[in-house]
Design a binder for this molecule. Structure first.
Ligand code: GN1
Ligand code: MG
Length: 375
């Protein structure tokens, strides 16, 4: 493996020779490696799963377009700070940012952000607030980038009707053992069909403006400094056109869960309202993001929708014998789906409270915005 990583790494145009490498295991789709070099610089090398991302060129084009746009927004920062707050990609020795190797695999390389850390679970309120700032700030920074210029790399990625179609198909083909094991979760998913498709109906009706969205705003996709200040948002694999609800809801899914995404002990799955409040304050209050009334509408509810949709995709993959998400053990996808569905259920019980928090923060941020304008 070391030989192969080194061989790929050498084909990118950057200083330094590889000294060490280490797989980074938190992603479920692509393979990612940390690479340290003899000149002290470190990199992140990524192999794009082209079964999932059928258009790797499009993926990389989107990443570069968005990273450049965000870099432009941060160009006023001193170089040291900029290095920690902006993603930079490297070209291959032949010029493009994407490398296709002899086995037909696709790779891209970016700089490693020094002295940064990631969390799989929120350790404290500050991290929830800072994560809100980071993901809200990402939407603010890309607000003036025309979303239609990005490639739709996974068409209908967050479409609930598509995810139900795929679920129905999997259910028909699944073997009897897995169907039996999934019985309870299948019933749960069937019971929510109408409710879960209501957000998509509003999107299709054109009620919610389309913008550039990240589409995978789990907490591990934000980098933090040693003192828990958010540095930047990573994993631009799925940046595409979307609605704010996708990013808000998906962020809440991991930031406010007291358990892991694949929590085996279901009683550990809980919804942390205090983290939700902090996240919302960061996302709506401090990020500078300004939303229309139609965007604020249903924002709290999107937390249930996005938690559910991830669970539904995991359940579908379980019924399909685990062909999509990387799994570590036999029932892994079923366990993931169960914990996501439990969280969706818990969120459903707290929606009124959550909505009130969102509305208060939105009022405050628009008041601050108009005060700034009149100033
Ligand atoms: C996948 O590969 P990773 O971990 O960045 C998935 C997301 C899910 C997430 C769940 C392309 O993201 O949609 O929310 O797992 N990405 C794709 O952890 O399907
Ligand atoms: Mg991702």
């Amino acid at each position: 493996m070391e030989f192969q990583i080194n061989k790929i790494f050498r084909q990118f145009n950057k200083p330094g020779k590889m000294l060490e490498y280490e797989p980074i295991k938190s992603g479920h789709i692509n393979h990612t490696y940390f690479v340290g070099t003899d000149c002290g610089d470190a990199y992140i090398l990524q192999r794009i799963n082209h079964q999932v991302f059928k258009d790797p060129e499009g993926v990389v084009a989107n990443k570069i377009a968005v990273a450049r746009h965000v870099a432009e927004k941060r160009s006023h920062l001193p170089p040291e700070d900029r290095r920690r707050r902006v993603l930079s990609f490297f070209r291959t020795n032949h010029g493009p940012y994407l490398l296709k190797d002899k086995d037909g695999d696709y790779w891209n390389l970016m700089s490693f952000i020094e002295e940064s850390r990631v969390y799989l679970r929120t350790p404290n309120r500050k991290v929830a607030f800072e994560a809100g700032k980071a993901f809200g700030g990402f939407l603010r920074d890309t607000e003036d980038l025309d979303p239609s210029t990005l490639v739709d790399t996974i068409p209908r990625f967050h479409s609930m009707s598509l995810r139900y179609e795929q679920f129905d198909e999997a259910l028909q083909k699944a073997n009897s053992k897995r169907t039996k094991q999934a019985e309870e979760l299948v019933a749960f998913a069937n019971g929510l069909r109408e409710e879960m498709q209501s957000l998509e109906k509003r999107v299709i009706a054109g009620e919610i403006p389309l913008r550039v969205t990240h589409n995978d705003t789990k907490i591990s996709n934000a980098l933090f400094s040693e003192d828990d200040e958010a540095l930047c948002v990573i994993d631009l694999d799925t940046v595409m056109q979307g609605v704010v609800h996708f990013d808000f809801g998906d962020a809440v899914r991991t930031i406010c869960n007291t358990g892991d995404e694949d929590e085996q002990d279901i009683v550990k799955v809980g919804f942390e309202m205090d983290y939700f409040q902090a996240f919302v304050e960061g996302f709506l209050g401090e990020s500078g993001l300004v939303l229309t009334e139609n965007e604020i509408e249903g924002l709290a509810f999107s937390s249930k929708v996005m938690t559910f949709i991830v669970g539904l995709r995991m359940l579908t993959d379980f019924l399909n014998n685990d062909v999509y998400f990387d799994t570590a053990y036999d029932l892994h996808n079923l366990v993931r789906a169960r914990s996501q569905f439990r969280l969706a259920e818990l969120i459903g019980e707290r929606l009124e409270e959550m909505d009130a928090i969102v509305r208060t923060a939105a009022r405050r941020s628009s008041a601050a915005e108009s005060a700034e304008k009149s100033f």
